[in-house]
Design a protein around this ligand. Structure first.
Ligand code: AHG
Ligand code: MN
Ligand code: MN
Length: 359
């Protein structure tokens, strides 16, 4: 028996999925270039402390966050692999305030590529899983793109995905025909289809949120989480489990594998910032992947993919995952906004506290 027969490599899969794209294989070509960048980043992150890549790069990004050496190396890897082939008109990255122009030596192509080169990079030195997130949009003109050209709602994405650098490196992507996962065969260097047609169950009993921010959340989010925490003794009537890796790609990957909810809501910790995560290169690509897997992706007050972006680096509240749970979170927001919910008080702060004996 042939050991590797029956394997579907990423290239074969893309040729089959995109044979009706009518673009002469250009989108498949771009995704193969992106996969090559991911392999380069997997090699760098996989060396861990031996790679000499740990530590800060000595600069901050537009969000005021320290850029790590690995953030910048991952950023360069994606630019190097994707700018030369005449497939992209321009790119935009978390690590650059302005859109990236294609060097004059190379031709421009039909697509815009937007990416978070290394998501969760604050974890990388602890050897916790990190990832890369990317989104592909169409560029409607021959001219070099400017910021306004990138500001398309997520429904206009034609491909999106993420890579997770965990015990195994995986690439999970969609071109609008379901969500599919590929595992990197390190010896051979191929991504192999291992998780076709990923589905997120509509119900779940697992949630992920940074509960240290609880006092800064809005009441509908406090209500949802406190009901999960009350478990079998509360109105949900069943116990919930909590998971938080603080690396969105890893947290979302768990949801794609076994259901659940991931939230990073709006909070008042940093007034004026509508959430922690960024719409164009974190929320939208993940929302596309989640929806294509049968899950839901919301701001709490509407479908993520319909948000009209106003700036390349804008932030947004996010709730991703099992459809019925996301619908419940949206309902709690609507009831709160409409004034029809019962007044909610966190059990942590009200007088009749969980932590005090009732008299
Ligand atoms: P990045 O490393 O690209 O800046 O993104 C980090 C994000 C996301 O991955 C994660 O869910 C969140 O930040 C973690 O936030 P906390 O520090 O509040 O846990
Ligand atoms: Mn990120
Ligand atoms: Mn990042």
């Amino acid at each position: 028996m042939r050991m590797y027969s029956g394997r579907t490599t990423l290239s074969k899969f893309l040729i089959e999925q995109l044979n009706d794209a009518g673009d002469g294989g250009q989108l498949a070509g771009l995704l193969v270039d992106m996969a090559a960048a991911v392999k380069t980043i997997a090699a760098m992150t996989g060396k861990g402390a031996l790679g000499g890549h740990y530590g800060g790069a000595g600069a901050a990004n537009i969000h005021g966050e320290e850029q790590k050496k690995l953030d910048m190396l991952a950023d360069e890897a994606i630019m190097d692999h994707c700018e030369w082939g005449g497939l992209v008109a321009g790119m935009a990255s978390e690590e650059h305030e302005e859109p990236l122009q294609i060097p004059p030596d190379f031709q421009r192509g039909p697509y815009l590529l937007v990416f978070d080169p290394l998501d969760g990079s604050s974890n990388v030195e602890m050897n916790v899983s990190v990832g890369t997130i990317f989104s592909v949009l169409r560029h409607g003109s021959e001219a070099a793109p400017i910021e306004r050209d990138f500001l398309q709602p997520g429904v206009r994405q034609i491909a999106a995905g993420y890579a997770i650098y965990g015990p195994a490196t995986m690439l999970v992507l969609t071109v609008g025909k379901g969500t599919h996962g590929f595992t990197l065969d390190r010896e051979i260097g191929n991504f192999v289809l291992t998780h076709p047609e990923i589905r997120i169950a509509p119900d779940s009993s697992e949630f992920g949120i940074n509960t240290s921010n609880e006092r800064f959340w809005e009441p509908p989010v406090q209500r949802y989480v406190s009901e999960c925490q009350a478990g079998a003794t509360g109105i949900r009537g069943r116990d919930f489990n909590m998971r938080w890796i603080a690396s969105m790609v890893a947290d979302v990957h768990r949801i794609l594998m076994r259901g659940g909810v991931f939230m990073y809501p709006r909070d008042t910790k940093f007034p004026g910032k509508p959430g922690r995560l960024r719409l164009m290169y974190e929320a939208n690509p993940i929302a596309f992947v989640v929806e294509q897997a049968g899950g839901a992706a919301s701001t709490g007050r509407g479908r993520m993919l319909e948000v009209q972006p106003e700036a390349l680096h804008q932030r947004v509240p996010v709730a991703f995952g099992s459809r019925h749970e996301i619908e419940r979170i949206e309902r709690y927001h609507a009831e709160y906004d409409g004034g029809t919910d019962k007044p909610y008080h966190s059990p942590l702060f009200k007088e009749r506290s969980l932590y005090r004996t009732e008299s």
